[in-house]
Structures are given as C-alpha cells and as structure tokens.
Design a protein around this ligand. Structure first.
Ligand code: NAG
Ligand code: NAG
Ligand code: NAG
Length: 374
C-alpha cells in the first residue's frame, strides 16, 4: 500500500519536473541559433569565424543568442558578446515598411543576460549598471558617440524592439547620422521596391554587425572599429536574387555615402571565413547599384561612380556560392543547400520555393498594402 503511494507520488513529481523543463515559454536567450531560425535566409545563420561556425556558437559563456522579444513577440535575432558588451551582429527578415521612428523611445535591456530565469521580454534599462551587458548609463555623459543601431528601427517588425541596448554599439555621431544613415535608407528603398518573393510579398534578409575595437566607452563598452551590413532577397520583378554590402570604419567623417559593394568584397575585407548568407543563392559578385537610378532622391543612394563597376560578368558564372572556402567541415546545416543548377544563370530555374516554407509569420501578417515609406 505505502509503497504504491510513494511510487505514485514520485511519478507525479517526475511529471511535474518534466512539464516544467519543457515549458515552451522558456527563455529568449536561447542555447543555439537553431532556436531562433526564422530571421535567417533559409533558416541558415551566417558564418562568423571564432563566434558562430557551422551554426554553433564557439564560446557559449561569452556569446549569447538573443531571440529579441518584446510583448511576447519575437522580432529579430542578435548574437551578443557579453565580454565586449556589444552585439556581434543582428539579423532579421524585412517584410514591411513601418512608419516613423517612435518618439522618445525607451532604451531596453535583455533581463535574461543577467539571470536566465528572468522575464523573456526586454525590459526598461533604467539607470542601473549591468554585469553582462551595457546599460543606458554607459552611453550617457559623453558627446562623441550615438547609440548606433545595428538593426535600424526603420527595418523593425516592431520598431520599439530595436531600441534594446543589445542591438546597439557606440557609434561616432557623424558616421551614424551621415553616411551610415544614408546607406540604411538606400537599402530600405531597394528592399521596398525590388524585394518581392514569389507570393508577391516584401521579403528580404539583413545581417548587420560590428568589429570590436581596442578602446572602451565608460571603461566598459567596446567601441567597434568598423561596422558592416549586408542584405539579400529574391526579386520577383527582376527574376533573380539580389544582394549588396556596405561597411566603413567607425570614425569621424564627413563623407556622405558608403560605397555599395558585393558580398565577396565584404568577406574579403572582414576575413575570408565570413559567409553571411551561407549556402544560399545570394549573388556574391553583383550588387544593385544599377537600380539606384530608378529610386526616389529621398532614398539617398550613392551617385554612380564614373568608373562603372561592370555589372555582372554575364559569362557563365557557375553556381553562386562557389566562393565558400571549402566550407571546411561538411556543413551540418546541409538543409540549406538548395540544389544549384549547373546551368549558368539563376534566372531560368524557378527560384527557390523557400518563401513560404521559411516564413511562418507571413500568413498572419498578410500581403500588406505596402505603402512605401515616407
Ligand atoms: C511579456 O509581455 C507581454 C505583453 O506586455 C505580457 O503579456 C507577458 O506576460 C510578458 N511576459 C512575461 C513572461 O512577463
Ligand atoms: C506583384 O505585384 C506587382 C506590383 O506590386 C504587380 O505588378 C504584379 O502583377 C504582381 N504579381 C503577381 C503575380 O501578383
Ligand atoms: C519621393 O519621396 C517623397 C517622400 O516619400 C515623396 O513626397 C515624393 O513624391 C517622391 N518623389 C518621387 C519622384 O517619387
């Protein structure tokens, strides 16, 4: 009798423990980028040497994957460096053109970087200092640096959610408000005008990052030496994949524009192992500068350079992603590899049908009447 009772109790306890451990509303600081896949093209994260290789975080204590969540909604993903107290990168799926930047947005932090059991929503930074991330206070009392967004608020599914300090770096004001800002607008215009998937919905993928530098803000927050950004999308109207990249040193500067470069040029600059759209059809050797003339002046795209960089060497350019450095170990994320046609252009083949697959969100958000951004 007694034994049966004890056994029953044990079973009950066990069940309770099991239920607790698989509770779906767990953390938003997740163990792996695979737990937050919807913000990567073909659900495949970038390769960032030393940080994120073949989908695996290299130093789990230092680099944390934040599935950025506000009001229970996941809106983008960040890999955060808790030592440097700046993000390595933020990535997102761009779908709709949102309205104006929120007025007086509140700066937020990620509570789960401090305590894994904390609230999964971002919370107000207040005037506290934090052990594992920058606080608002670290950016105050100085005039040289902005809280420079990686994922811009204008690309945000929920703009307020981009105002988390885990998505910003100390960025030189003139850089943030000058050439970097113009670039953000230009890329947004390109995405709004050309990035339509096969369902005719706006869809593009962005990855934006910072290279740590050698100096600190407030003795605590790394001041990056460089910032970079890349985007990729399928264009239904152009019947091809589009991509582009931009970067510059985080320095005081007055130049108005960043030059638009190819993905391969960015990888070459950052280090060959950088592969931001790993295993996809994103073109490595072409950009979108040829379309800038079709965009509104308010897009602030760079003017054409006189020495027109030859648009796509239309010679039989074999599969787009040959560049990947032998992908070292056979990438375990082979799900990504869309069979690349052996024929030259991606144009003839039907574009990868990933649009619907990778995108559980789109059904809810609907086709959206995409009013172009002001
Ligand atoms: C997150 O925010 C939403 C909306 O404010 C709220 O309903 C929810 O309870 C919050 N989650 C937690 C764990 O507090
Ligand atoms: C997609 O949208 C464009 C303009 O928004 C329109 O011209 C085109 O006909 C649409 N294509 C389909 C297949 O609905
Ligand atoms: C450019 O964009 C602005 C602001 O959205 C708009 O007022 C203007 O009409 C546009 N101009 C052209 C030529 O489309």
């Amino acid at each position: 009798m007694a034994l049966v009772k004890v056994q029953g109790l044990l079973l009950l306890l066990l069940t309770a423990v099991l239920l607790l451990s698989i509770s779906p509303t767990g953390s938003e600081v997740v163990d792996s980028v695979k737990d937050c896949p919807e913000f990567f093209l073909q659900q495949t994260p970038p390769n960032i040497p030393g940080v994120l290789e073949n989908g695996n975080i290299q130093d789990q204590n230092r680099y944390k994957v934040i599935c950025q969540t506000l009001s229970d909604q996941r809106t983008f993903v960040t890999v955060y460096d808790t030592e440097n107290k700046i993000p390595v990168f933020s990535a997102s799926r761009y779908t709709i053109s949102v309205g104006k930047r929120p007025k007086n947005p509140r700066w937020l932090i990620e509570p789960q970087l401090e305590d894994t059991r904390a609230n999964k929503n971002m919370t107000k930074a207040g005037s506290k200092t934090y052990n594992h991330q920058a606080g608002d206070i670290d950016y105050k009392s100085q005039s040289h640096f902005d809280r420079g967004h990686l994922l811009p608020s204008s690309y945000g599914l929920d703009q307020k959610a981009t105002f988390t300090l885990t998505n910003v770096v100390p960025q030189i004001k003139s850089f943030n408000q000058g050439s970097w800002n113009n670039m953000e607008q230009c890329v947004k215009c390109v995405m709004d005008k050309f990035c339509y998937n096969n369902n005719n919905n706006t869809e593009a993928f962005v990855v934006i990052g910072a290279e740590p530098g050698n100096t600190l803000l407030n003795n605590k927050v790394n001041i990056p030496s460089k910032m970079w950004t890349a985007f990729c999308c399928y264009s239904n109207s152009k019947q091809r994949w589009l991509a582009g990249a931009h970067w510059d040193e985080n320095e005081d500067k007055r130049n108005t524009y960043l030059q638009t470069k190819t993905l391969v040029e960015l990888s070459t600059d950052l280090g060959k192992q950088f592969d931001l759209f790993h295993g996809t059809r994103c073109p490595l050797h072409t950009t979108v500068t040829e379309f800038y003339s079709q965009l509104n002046n308010s897009c602030h795209c760079p003017p054409p350079i006189s020495t027109t960089s030859v648009p796509s060497t239309s010679t039989s350019n074999p599969p787009t992603n040959t560049f990947t450095p032998a992908s070292t170990t056979s990438s375990s994320l082979s799900t990504a590899s869309v069979p690349v046609s052996t024929t030259s252009g991606p144009s003839s083949t039907t574009p990868a049908p990933l649009s619907t697959a990778s995108v559980p969100v789109s059904t809810t958000s609907g086709p959206s009447s995409t009013t172009p951004a002001p």
